[in-house]
Write a protein that binds this ligand. Structure first.
Ligand code: ATP
Ligand code: MG
Length: 782
């Protein structure tokens, strides 16, 4: 479920806002308004192919491609490949794959700075001829020594006064390969006293006898970034050249190069803050070291902040794009908490991922009073919070089960409400079981629990009204599938691994990968497409590793845990030595509450009158009594009616969802106004969204303060309630499950839930379940 507020949001930057506007947009808007760009805007994403793209690049990609989508321009993909030593075609291919996967398209505008080498060379000669560049024969150390410092002017090179002819001659011989590396360089004639160090006769070309991955041995001189970049922009007629803040000082040189060569119309450089993310490193050089030193399994190791790593881990491109939207674009550098990224991922998957059960550390449970060979198929909801609970699969219940080791304690500490000797617990979607006996091996390790189940508690409650405090997940021991589950955590155990002395690799988190090799998962997953992202109940979001998982050997990656396990573990570690887990199923002890009838009985006087008035609106007794007992909530309910007068529907939502969301909070500070609340209920009643989606929308309304319609539009959540759209999906589900169709027609009508579940999954939960049921019933009757 979505958390109440996205963490870390307040720290992203000062002058951006999250409705999609930022200072770069403002610049472009005014450029367009004042006619400064004819023929539309042109941006570019200019990676150097010397490594894989990371999530910082995603920010730049979303910005550059996002702008041209909104302003109807074009964005070029340009490989900034002017450094022969480090570049490689493997990286070019990886970069293209990643940009495409993120959802962006450069059509035929795929460019390479190396394709401009001849043009760049011509521009260099032009600078020499106009007296703006010279060949310097000082060596690297001398050049550095004479550059001066921030407080001290530099000194001019003795070669600065070479004649144009001499410079041309040297430069041509440099190109012809007459000199060795470092013997000469081409420099711009800037100003050795400039306060901007970048302007003190910057290097434009250097000699490198190295093979380039594209141009081969054609060149032995290569242009410097500060020369190649502005000119590549100019050649491509880029209008807005966006780069990160550290290039602030390079802008003067950028402008100088353009002005002394191509002139107008010309590109302009703007800088924005780079993305820094906690608990990871972001420079390709450092990521390369992790790969080369074998500290991770490769560029696509799911712990890497690379796009390839995130993709393999199971993160969706939608969540990365939404993360980039959320952090915004600002002019001040900042660090972003990794919890914000995790929040965005969960927020996306919450809408998409069906819930299933997987036991990571199995402990055998024998249900002694359950028949040996019996398999009981229990209905289990894919989205348990659904109203109606339509989308289901079946889960086999057998005599031997597995539960998670962590859900049993022989000496249950205070507050531990799961299974313990003599205790009773609820099995999710199943029965109550009571632990009667603990079986240990010779070393005293618990290897099996012998339990009894209460057949009367199927569905989760006891007819005699007795309560259990804990609900745990489980799988059948005999009818589940083995799986390896990889639990990924942060790659580093400190927020900023680059801070302080010492090498960043010293801060690697030794527990960043924990393998649950013996996990067991319910059999419903086997039939599914491997790309399905699941929520494993009480654990987190998972999908099958695209490289290692195959039929017969399921391997799952944890995409993200449920909520912030990490913070809770740290908190717990600080307080006690006991290992803590973020589980939320435990219920506090309380005497059985009075029934609705008893509560109605107890009303008298003005309360009784209020109750009668609410009943007269058509409300159920249960809803009416709750509103009677909570006058401020009743007032809110009345206010919603001013907007949309459907008392029954409104009361149902106020009593269930509003009260749940409020918990102990007061209505005064509740961020959703009665009018917005009423609009949400109207969307459900008008069949625009399903009740399931509505709950997620409601959570987002609380988190962001946005109104329901805006959220629904932005996320494309409109319910599919069109039979024409749903019929082909239904057909598809039926034709891929012929056995189940036969079984249904032979009388197993409970399978309707399975079919509905499949359709819901294929539509990301957006199909209208009642309509799906109708279509299915007609088709299955044939
Ligand atoms: P790294 O330091 O990771 O090697 P880089 O800047 O050298 O990154 P390039 O391939 O030159 O990598 O970057 C391509 C584009 O992506 C540039 O426009 C750069 O400004 C942008 N970019 C790189 N890192 C980030 C980041 N952390 N946040 C935002 N944009 C970034
Ligand atoms: Mg770079």
């Amino acid at each position: 479920m979505a958390e109440a507020t996205p963490p870390g949001i307040g720290s992203a930057g000062e002058d951006d806002d999250r409705t999609g506007s930022n200072f770069i947009r403002s610049i472009i808007e005014s450029d367009l308004r004042e006619g400064r760009v004819e023929g539309g805007i042109v941006t570019r994403f200019p990676p150097e192919p010397n490594g894989y793209l990371h999530i910082g690049h995603a920010k730049s990609i979303c910005l550059n491609f996002g702008l041209v989508q909104d302003f109807e321009g074009v964005c070029n993909l340009r490989f900034d490949d002017t450094n022969p030593a480090t570049e490689d075609i493997e990286y070019v291919e990886a970069i293209k794959r990643d940009v495409r996967w993120l959802g962006f398209d450069w059509d035929d505008r795929e460019f390479y700075a190396s394709d401009y080498f001849e043009q760049l060379y011509a521009f260099a000669e032009q600078l020499i001829r106009s007296g703006h560049a010279y060949v310097d024969s000082l060596d690297e150390d001398e050049i550095r020594a004479m550059r001066g410092t921030v407080t001290e002017a530099g000194r001019e090179s003795p070669y600065r006064s070479r004649s144009i002819e001499e410079n041309l001659d040297f430069f041509r011989r440099m190109r012809a390969g007459e000199f060795s590396d470092g013997e000469h360089v081409l420099r711009a004639k800037g100003d050795m006293a400039s306060s901007n160090m970048k302007m003190r006769d910057p290097l434009l070309y250097r000699i490198r006898h190295a093979r380039h991955y594209r141009s081969g041995d054609e060149w032995c001189i290569y242009p410097m970034y500060d020369f190649a970049h502005p000119l590549s922009d100019a050649i491509e007629e880029v209008t807005h050249s966006l780069c990160t803040l550290e290039f602030d000082n390079n802008r003067e040189l950028y402008d100088w190069v353009v002005e002394h060569t191509v002139g107008e119309p010309r590109p302009h450089q703007y800088e924005f803050a780079r993305l820094n993310l906690d608990y990871t490193v972001m420079s390709k050089r450092k990521l390369l070291r992790l790969v080369q030193e074998g500290l991770v399994s490769g560029w696509d190791d799911p712990r890497m902040p690379t796009i390839a790593g995130l993709r393999r881990r199971g993160v969706t491109p939608e969540s990365i794009r939404s993360f980039c939207d959320t952090i915004g674009v600002a002019k001040a550098d900042s660090r972003v908490g990794i919890d914000l990224l995790e929040y965005t991922i969960r927020d996306d998957l919450n809408f998409k991922a069906p819930r299933v059960m997987c036991v990571l550390r199995p402990l055998r449970v024998v249900v002694t009073n359950f028949p040996e060979d019996k398999v009981e198929e229990l209905d289990a909801s894919y989205w348990p919070r659904d109203v109606p609970k339509e989308a289901t699969r079946t889960v086999p219940f057998t005599r031997e089960l597995f539960i998670d080791r962590e859900d049993f304690r022989e000496d249950a500490p205070k507050g531990f409400y799961r299974l313990a000797p003599g205790r009773e617990v609820r099995l999710r979607y199943g029965y109550f079981i009571r632990c009667q006996e603990v079986v240990k091996d010779d070393d005293g390790v618990v290897v099996e629990l012998r339990c009894t189940y209460d057949p009367e508690t199927r569905g989760g409650s006891a007819p005699d009204g007795r309560k259990v405090r804990g609900t745990i997940h489980w799988v059948s021991a005999t009818a589940s599938l083995p799986a390896e589950v990889r639990l990924y955590d942060r790659l580093f155990h400190v927020p900023d691994p680059e801070a302080g002395d010492g090498d960043f690799t010293e801060h690697l988190n030794p527990h960043s990968l924990i393998v649950a090799a013996e996990a067991r998962i319910e059999p419903s997953v086997s039939a599914d497409a491997p790309a399905t992202r699941y929520q494993f109940e009480r654990e987190g979001y998972f999908w099958q590793d695209p490289h290692d998982s195959e039929a017969g050997r399921l391997v799952f990656n944890r995409i993200v845990p449920l909520r912030d396990t990490w913070a809770k573990i740290e908190e717990a570690r600080a307080k006690t030595d006991e290992p803590a887990r973020s589980r939320s199923e435990e219920e506090p002890a309380s005497p059985p509450p009075p029934t609705t009838a008893e509560r109605v009985e107890a009303l008298s006087g003005p309360e009784r009158e209020r109750f009668e008035a609410l009943s007269a609106l058509g409300l159920s007794d249960a809803d009416a009594v709750i509103l009677t007992e909570n006058p401020d909530v009743a007032e809110y309910f009345e206010a919603t009616r001013d907007r949309y007068d459907e008392p029954e529907a409104l009361a149902n939502w106020v009593v269930n969802e509003l009260l749940r969301a409020l918990k102990d909070q007061s209505l005064e500070s509740f961020p959703v106004s009665p009018a917005d609340f009423a609009d949400l209920v109207r969307l459900i009643e008008d069949d625009v969204i399903s009740a399931r989606i509505a709950k997620d929308v409601f959570e987002e309304m609380i988190a962001t303060g946005n109104d329901a319609r805006a959220i629904v539009d932005e996320r494309g959540l409109v319910q599919v309630a069109d039979p024409e759209a749903l019929t082909p999906i239904v057909d598809d589900v039926l034709s891929s499950n012929p056995d189940k169709v036969t079984a249904y027609r032979e009388g197993k009508h409970g399978l309707i839930g399975f079919f509905i579940g499949q359709v819901m999954k294929q539509t990301d939960g957006k199909a209208k379940p009642e309509l799906v049921r109708e279509i299915l019933e007609v088709k299955l009757a044939r």
